[in-house]
Design a protein around this ligand. Sequence first.
Ligand SMILES: *[C@@H]1O[C@H](CO)[C@@H](O)[C@H](O)[C@H]1NC(C)=O
Ligand SMILES: *[C@@H]1O[C@H](CO)[C@@H](O)[C@H](O)[C@H]1NC(C)=O
Length: 422
Amino acid sequence: MSLRRFIRPARRLPVWLLLSVATPFIFEALLHLWRYSVPRPATELDTPFFTTCQEPDVGAPRENAVFVMLARNHELAKAKKTIVSIERAFNQWFNYPILFLNDEPWDPRFIRELNETAGGKATFEVIPREQWTFPDWVDPDAAKQNIKEQGETRTPHAGEEGYHHMCRFYSGKFYQLEAMKKYKWYWRLEPDVDFTCAITYDPFVQMARHKKVYGFTIALWEVGASCPGLFRATADYKEMNGIPTNNLWKAMYSASWMPFPFRRLLSWLPHRDAHGDGWSLCHYWSNFEIADMDFFRTRAYQEYFEYLDKKKGFYFERWGDAAVHSLAIAMFVDPRKVHHFEDFGYRHDKLFQCPSNAPGGQLPESQLLGNESMGAWSPESEGGIGCRCTCDGSNPRNYGDYCLNKLKQPTTVHRRWFAWLL
Ligand SMILES: *[C@@H]1O[C@H](CO)[C@@H](O)[C@H](O)[C@H]1NC(C)=O
Ligand SMILES: *[C@@H]1O[C@H](CO)[C@@H](O)[C@H](O)[C@H]1NC(C)=O
């Protein structure tokens, strides 16, 4: 019998039959996607605190807040660059303390120079060994071996043991340090950062006033190879604990187009939950953060961190604190309590956000702002919200828009027409 004969009957399968078999699946898939669509709010739920320069209110009460920077002795020049920048753009008016953290003893020269750059407002702490090492349930030799192998896969930083400790430290430890315990708010800094606009109001005060918990500047994709098991662990945790789904959690998803029951098979892939739906890999870039440590100190967050820690993914994968913070915020925090500092100019490495300057909003005569601190600022432009930003305005928004649009969906009215697909 020839092959043709076998095939011929299939060709004659009537269209109506095909359609009637396929329709329920298509319908199910559409219904499923609809369940993950994020409704548009009636009004903007997260707007900039100010959209023009303000006369810095130097006498106003401050919040209980601190800058925190993890740095190593050899990063002196880069750390200095950041402090020069934040002092010029903000802290010369607001004078918040700056806490430097190191996993090794400080070089006296670093202390002297940075304290001077920070106008005498800096303190220098060494992170206790037990917060910067493998926990009891991780076999150090196995972990070191695994980290070495991760290094060979060229996943960024995955081959550096210290980087793994750092991610774990920023995920679950920093807010418990003796030196941090007395503060409620923190603003995280990194060496080698530029603040490219003047920040003429107190963001801690505004966060508190608007009941915000977490503030970010840049949202982008996580490196998938660094954390294949993180999303599954998190989604399982959420389900196990019956944590309700909010719209920010939905916004983290790239829901699957595959109909039931085939969808479930996808759960074997990385970055998928038990039902086969995926995480978009979008997250807030945590090297800039202004946040309320009371959130991280809640039992809910602590238990989530401890659960992740027991999974050993900080060492046998390279789970980053940015992804951990972002998924936790999405899981536990009302989306209205997340703030995008879209009026801040921020640059770290090649990634940056820089808004255009607000028309008529630059306070050129201000004595306090002076004319020296930010130098010559960029031209004002329609729709700009920046204060004395020094960037060319050609790239006013985040590094790529995809993740930013996605994570802002629950709070933003103006969305691109295709956003519901994302
Ligand atoms: C930093 O400078 C201030 C003012 O000069 C000084 O009082 C303080 O002790 C210095 N701090 C450190 C850690 O050296
Ligand atoms: C600052 O510069 C602007 C022009 O850029 C000028 O109009 C203004 O008078 C200057 N202000 C001071 C205090 O020098």
